[in-house]
Design a protein around this ligand. Structure first.
Ligand code: 2IT
Length: 447
């Protein structure tokens, strides 16, 4: 593989798609050595094929707001790679959504889904619709208008979207209702993250956060250390941070920070159950303000405007919000404050220079595509239950999720073990995820 040439060609072909190019660069750098040991990959031009999505749908979404005004947004679905199964990946509703963002997310999703060892291809979609400040009715009308276009291109054996930033259980409900009406069939596996009772899986809401903490627990154990009493800083306060806060607290760690676009809440004595429950209300309010936690619990949480979670002293840092949310300066501040582990829970949550600084300081660092794979893995388990017309208990799902996360961790160690005995989790995740996809592409011929 000629990495420089591949990247130069991609930059020329897709100018300005910075997140997508960043994600591709990171994966290709990691797999280069292994790839070059497989001339059959080079012959079949696996990398050149893998970096381009199979197809991208772009569509207009027109809806009416509460004032009766006609609004138009853009909708997208990137069907990236189906070597391992039907396309699978979330929908993101956020004002900054564009093709570059969804291509980066779709590209990451291929390897993440591969790591779960389930039959899931990679895809992603969403819209530049901004849920902040929208009413429930506006959200419903937008979801319906989005589905007018998307419904033909999804289905349990074709492409199965789920939630992501700005899309949770409520949105999936409205999307599924519209899908069912248009498709005239109850194909529950066409969307995951549904509510329990009409096709949803228990533990799916918690799964990304639970899975992340299961992975972090293994990283901690690897160093002969314990989760007990560890201070954890989480960024964001959405579904992912919520699940992580529950599991971290259950394992005896203390969540000492959550954050939002407006600033950070420091929680000196660790987050309480009432505060964790309140995170759900904060998300449902569509206000997008973490300050609301300090207003509700003034004795327990201290809000500082304009600061990130990484300004709070912690042992474990877990970005749970958005791509590139941790920069080099943040990483250096964490290192100075004695951070012992950094695990990305958001997709590509750390900038390359932040990762380099953390790795240089010999602090274990794990990438989002491994750490957050429990979410999509449990979506895969939801599809299994839908196909079999059955519901598993919370315990049954949790046991399977835990096993999948342990297997992912073991694969990252197997492929990421370095000569000096340290573990490069980034390399491990990228190589392990890539190998399964590459072998499937090879076996399926030049298509
Ligand atoms: O980034 C992700 O893996 C997700 N947003 C979940 C995708 C899914 O299909 O459950």
């Amino acid at each position: 593989m000629n990495l420089k040439k591949i990247m130069a060609d991609l930059e020329a072909k897709h100018p300005g798609e910075s997140e997508y190019l960043q994600a591709v660069q990171e994966v290709l750098e990691s797999i280069e050595d292994v790839y070059n040991k497989h001339p059959e990959f080079e012959k079949a031009k696996i990398v050149e094929r893998l970096v381009e999505p199979d197809r991208i749908f772009t569509f207009r979404v027109t809806w009416v707001n509460d004032k009766g005004e006609v609004c138009t947004n853009l909708g997208y679905r990137v069907q990236f790679n189906a070597a391992l199964g039907a396309y699978k990946g979330g929908l993101r509703f956020h004002k900054a959504v564009n093709v570059s963002m969804l291509k980066f997310l779709g590209f990451e999703q291929i390897f993440k889904n591969s790591l779960t060892n389930l039959p899931l291809g990679g895809g992603k979609g969403g819209s530049d619709f901004d849920p902040v400040g929208k009413s429930d009715e506006e959200i419903m009308r937008f979801c319906q208008a989005f589905m007018y276009e998307l419904w033909r291109n999804i289905g349990p054996d074709q492409d199965s979207p789920a939630g992501d930033v700005g899309v949770g259980g409520r949105e999936i409900g409205y999307l599924y209702g519209a899908y069912k009406k248009l498709a005239r069939e109850h194909s529950t596996g066409a969307l995951t993250g549904k509510s329990y009772g009409w096709g949803g899986s228990l533990i799916r809401p918690e799964a990304t956060g639970f899975g992340a903490i299961y992975y972090v627990e293994r990283m901690v154990k690897e160093q002969k250390d314990t989760m007990k009493g560890k201070k954890i800083a989480l960024s964001g306060f959405g579904n992912v941070a919520w699940g992580a806060a529950i599991k971290a607290t259950e394992l005896g760690a203390k969540v000492v920070a959550i954050s939002g676009p407006d600033g950070v809440c420091e929680i000196k004595n660790g987050i309480t159950k009432d505060m964790i429950d309140y995170m759900l209300e904060m998300r449902a309010s569509n206000r997008n303000k973490v300050e609301d936690m300090a207003t509700k619990f003034p004795k327990l949480a201290k809000f500082t405007a304009g600061k990130k979670a990484w300004s709070v002293k912690c042992d474990i840092a877990c970005p749970c919000a958005f791509q590139n949310e941790m920069d080099e300066k943040d990483a250096k501040e964490l290192i100075k404050n004695g951070v012992k582990y950094v695990a990305e829970v958001s997709n590509m949550g750390c900038q390359p220079k932040a990762i380099a600084a953390i790795q240089k300081a010999k602090i274990p660092f794990a990438p989002g595509k491994a750490v957050n794979a429990g979410g999509v893995a449990t979506s895969g388990l939801e599809i299994c239950q839908n196909a079999g017309h059955i519901n598993w208990t919370a315990e049954e799902v949790d046991v399977k999720l835990h096993k999948i996360m342990n297997d992912i961790y073991d694969m990252c160690v197997e492929y990421g073990k370095q000569k000096d005995g340290s573990i490069n989790y980034v390399k491990g995740a990228n190589i392990a995820g890539f190998m399964r996809v590459a072998k499937a592409m090879l076996a399926q011929g030049i298509i």
